[in-house]
Design a protein around this ligand. Sequence first.
Ligand code: NDP
Length: 475
Amino acid sequence: HFIGGRYVEDKSGSRFDVIYPASGAVIAQIHAGTDQIIEQALGAAQAAQQDWAARSGTERGRVLRRAADLIRARNRELSVLETHDTGKPLSETLYADATSGADALEYFGGSAGNVTGEHIQLGENWVSTRREALGICLGIGAWNYPTQIACWKAAPALACGNAMIFKPSETTPLCALKIAEILSEAGLPDGVFNVVQGQGDVGAALLQDPRINKVSLTGSVATGRKVYQSAAVGLKQVTLELGGKSPLIIFEDADLENAVGGAILANFYSSGQICSNGTRVFVHKAIKEAFLDRLSARLEQAVIGDPLDETTNFGPLVRDRQMQIVQGFIAQGISEGARLVCGGRRLERPGYYLAPTVFADVSDQMTIAREEIFGPVLSVLDFDDEGDVVARANNTEYGLSAGVFTRDISRAHRVIGKLQAGSCFINSYNDAPVEAPFGGMKLSGIGRENSKNAIEHYSQLKSVYVRMGDVDAPF
Ligand code: NDP
């Protein structure tokens, strides 16, 4: 744990192993937070928060921007750690993890001075609003982007003057500790950002405490429901970034190479362990076979191997259990009649590697077209009518992302206008710049991360009415 500006340990907490997914080797052991550790974190956050909030936004922002610089300077070291934690190849982590975290700290560092209210004139009287911190925010992370998630939650929370307690996923507990160290080095006062390790029960215990004012979770819909219910008891604010089963629609006039590239980015980056992935790839019948040919050919160029070798561009899944879940979905796809075009098997090497897998002739009712797989499995579904494909694309409980490939700009905007998803892409997929809001519709979540919208989710408004004249009381 990292509490009050230093590492702390309580060895009476249950011990769990951190496993390097490319080999299955145990690379660290961590003790889950005990009641005493939880109390220590809450105490440290409470002691630090008000002084932090009392600083000017510019001063708070300076600390965040310094942390962003330190992260960039140590990008390689942090990327190697991210690769050890998650198994994602270094060729990805060097560009997508610590760098994205630094972007968030830089962006919200720059925004902190703009966390202001407004003046509302009412004749000679007026109201001024103050945008104030919420207090102590709880961040709970998923395992796929441990550095990025910690930073995406901490940056806006801290910019607004909150303190944060972050509970990483028990599967990838290492990266958030480094972010805590770097924030301290950048000048963050002790106790403003704390990391408490543990499983779901530790997150649940923290959330129940009345000193927690807000929770931001990245995780599954099942956990999202539990967190939302628990937050409701204390009427706490929530941000929920949950799962998806997003559609990617490829029209017959699309640039084929770009569409294939988009489908690869939407399914195989991070071995498919990305919530916003476009896993239902609707391809117009006229180009379906050409699309499958090019996709298969390009997947043969995937370099699968040691994630620490920078030429590798496809790594293992995060853990044995996740690999087994994905294997179960692949078996279901085959038994329900989908055509296996490539992949579908475990690779004969240490670690949790599955070959990039493509199914064709997938129908809307099949399990692989309905449930989130969170692995390297792409499903191709046919269509030939625009209205029909939009209705099918929306026929899901999720609403995280959606994409369209077409050269027809009118059609692109018409279709995107009808898709029920929080993040949409035209002739692209899975871009996540910090300047843009990120989050889901329907079961995919509540609230938005990143962009200026996140400020609203980590602050509250106070209205101050000022009367210039006498008070006109009835008696
Ligand atoms: P989980 O929902 O299992 O866990 C998410 C986090 O919540 C973990 O830290 C977990 O702890 C914790 N947790 C579990 N139960 C509780 C509880 N009752 N109260 C408080 N905290 C709890 O998700 P995974 O980590 O398995 O991640 C995969 C899922 O996350 C996928 O479904 C994916 O779609 C979603 N996801 C969504 C993203 C988005 O931005 N929308 C991004 C990334 C992933 P622990 O695991 O240590 O027990």
